[in-house]
Design a binder for this molecule. Structure first.
Ligand SMILES: CC(C)(COP(=O)(O)OP(=O)(O)OC[C@H]1O[C@@H](n2cnc3c(N)ncnc32)[C@H](O)[C@@H]1OP(=O)(O)O)[C@@H](O)C(=O)NCCC(=O)NCCS
Length: 158
């Protein structure tokens, strides 16, 4: 039997640096996530919310992560990223499926997120799992290059 290419598991304390380094690499793309360089990797690593983070690993390599930040009001905010060379191979789907289970297990009633309006890959992924568009924030994000980007709010009732 062929071994799975990657696995999803809860993050551990010793994932902190890899999580922050992977986040910094995605920020360098200046496209999918709101944060742009420079990223203070040490500070990110130290402050990373390990409880609520799921990681995708291929062998010893961290290839993706998803964070659920539960609010006091019963919903959780999510953020995720997959390493560029691993995209389009089901890693994001596996992370999101695991996060939905995790959130249900924690008793959350809803998952929410914001995504740049041009981020078709992410929006399609969220739609595939039943997220619906709840609103659009016009010219909300000022980018380092001066552009003003719209964001779409999406939500999934659990
Ligand atoms: C968004 C992201 C997490 C998706 O992860 P992924 O591992 O590539 O996703 P998957 O391979 O599981 O694809 C899931 C679905 O997304 C959609 N999708 C993925 N890539 C796509 C693309 N380039 N164009 C259109 N739809 C796409 C498809 O619906 C796909 O489902 P299918 O395989 O059944 O057709 C990844 O592209 C990423 O990390 N991007 C940069 C960071 C980012 O944008 N994060 C989200 C911020 S809100």
């Amino acid at each position: 039997m062929q071994e799975a290419l990657f696995q999803i598991r809860p993050a551990r304390d010793d994932d902190r640096f890899a999580l922050a380094a992977a986040f910094a690499a995605v920020a360098e793309e200046r496209d999918g996530i709101a944060t742009e360089p420079p990223v203070d990797v040490q500070a990110r690593a130290a402050s990373w919310a390990i409880d609520g983070t799921l990681v995708a690993v291929a062998g010893a390599e961290l290839i993706g992560s998803l964070v659920v930040l539960p609010s006091r009001h019963g919903y959780g905010e999510i953020a995720m990223a997959v390493a560029r060379e691993w995209r389009g191979r089901g890693v994001g789907s596996a992370l999101l499926a695991a996060a939905i289970e995790w959130a249900r297990g924690r008793g959350l009633h809803k998952l929410s997120l914001g995504v740049f309006a041009h981020n078709t890959a992410a929006i399609e992924l969220y739609r595939k799992f039943g997220f619906v568009e709840e609103g659009r924030l016009i010219k909300q994000y000022r980018r380092a290059n001066g552009e003003l980007w719209d964001a779409v709010e999406m939500g999934l009732l659990l």
